[in-house]
Design a binder for this molecule. Structure first.
Ligand SMILES: NC(=O)c1ccc[n+]([C@@H]2O[C@H](COP(=O)([O-])OP(=O)(O)OC[C@H]3O[C@@H](n4cnc5c(N)ncnc54)[C@H](OP(=O)(O)O)[C@@H]3O)[C@@H](O)[C@H]2O)c1
Length: 278
């Protein structure tokens, strides 16, 4: 299959390309095709004629989106709208990646696909607008919501805290809960999903019931055999420009039911990848 992957240099873009290597991948990042340009998207799709488009391109700076809302909406809403318009016209399926931050975090149980989104940040609202554009413009869509994504390459929580490990004690938030997701595990799940025509919205995130940033950090340092003193702090001790959902653990009740490995297995796989890189 000829597959266009946008956001190809990003964490998930790289993981998806590695997993789908038996397909003919056309990798687009900002330098090749800016998804905010309808004209560029149209010309790109017309010249490649793919059988599937996987959109991992995004404005992912959650705090930056509060002060740069137009930029966030352009990449996270207009970009998916352009891709959906062009692929919808051509009858090409579109797999788009969205986020747990479309939810407000007031739930007391994991969010499933039919729970009502209610974003509390510009980033979350811009991602929800992208989902809505896709649903309206291309019926052949997979919208994959994921969470707390990380890869050995990329700017993410694990790489940040490992780099900060010499500044002990590390203060880590212990009252926000989510589903850490190792990008290669998500890429494997996406590979299974695109083998189907079961279009719709899917929650694909590390399984195992979710955890806090503090417990995630503790598991990471344990897996990396690093002795680091970490101090649990509350969200109000750690003010950030964008509010985060307090509880955004994801679960799936979709059919087909595709489950990722438990988040702790993701941590182990990440630690192995870090050691292999050294
Ligand atoms: N990271 C997380 O914790 C997380 C959690 C939940 C959901 N997600 C979602 O998962 C998906 C993948 O995230 P990720 O962490 O892999 O993202 P990432 O590493 O930030 O990669 C995003 C890529 O998109 C590119 N891009 C930005 N603007 C573009 C444009 N206008 N046209 C084309 N490409 C553009 C970026 O290029 P430049 O680097 O050159 O800007 C970058 O290579 C996103 O949809 C994100 O919203 C992420």
């Amino acid at each position: 299959m000829i597959i266009v992957v946008t956001g190809a240099n990003g964490q998930l873009g790289q993981a998806v390309q590695a997993v789908l290597h038996t397909h003919q991948i056309v990798a687009w990042d900002l330098a090749q095709v800016d998804v905010t340009s309808l004209d560029a998207v149209r010309k790109g799709i017309e010249s490649v004629r793919p059988q599937l488009v996987i959109n991992t391109a995004a404005y992912t700076d959650v705090d930056g989106a509060e002060s740069h809302p137009t930029e966030a909406y352009r990449v996270n809403a207009l970009g998916p709208r352009n891709l959906a318009l062009v692929t919808g016209d051509a009858g090409i399926p579109l797999l788009h990646v969205s986020t747990d931050y479309v939810f407000d975090g007031t739930a007391t149980r994991p969010y499933h696909e039919f729970d009502r989104p209610n974003p509390i940040s510009v980033y979350g609202a811009s991602k929800l607008a992208g989902e809505e554009a896709i649903r309206a413009l291309n019926p052949r869509h997979f919208i994959v919501r994921t969470a707390w994504l990380y890869h050995v390459h990329g700017q993410n929580f694990p790489n940040t805290i490992v780099n900060l490990a010499n500044r002990q004690p590390l203060r880590i938030v212990s009252d926000q809960y989510g589903s850490p997701t190792y990008a290669p595990h998500l890429a494997e799940a996406i590979a299974k999903l695109i083998d189907t025509t079961a279009y719709g919205t899917f929650h694909l995130a590390g399984s195992g019931g979710g955890t806090s940033w503090f417990e995630f950090a503790t598991s990471l340092f344990h897996a990396l055999e690093m002795t680091v003193t970490i101090q649990p702090v509350s969200t109000c001790d750690f003010p950030r420009p964008a509010p985060r959902p307090r509880y955004a653990v994801l679960t799936s009740i979709q059919d087909p039911h595709i489950e990722l490995p438990p988040w702790k297995e993701g941590v182990q796989a990440f630690a192995r990848a870090v050691r292999a890189r050294q």
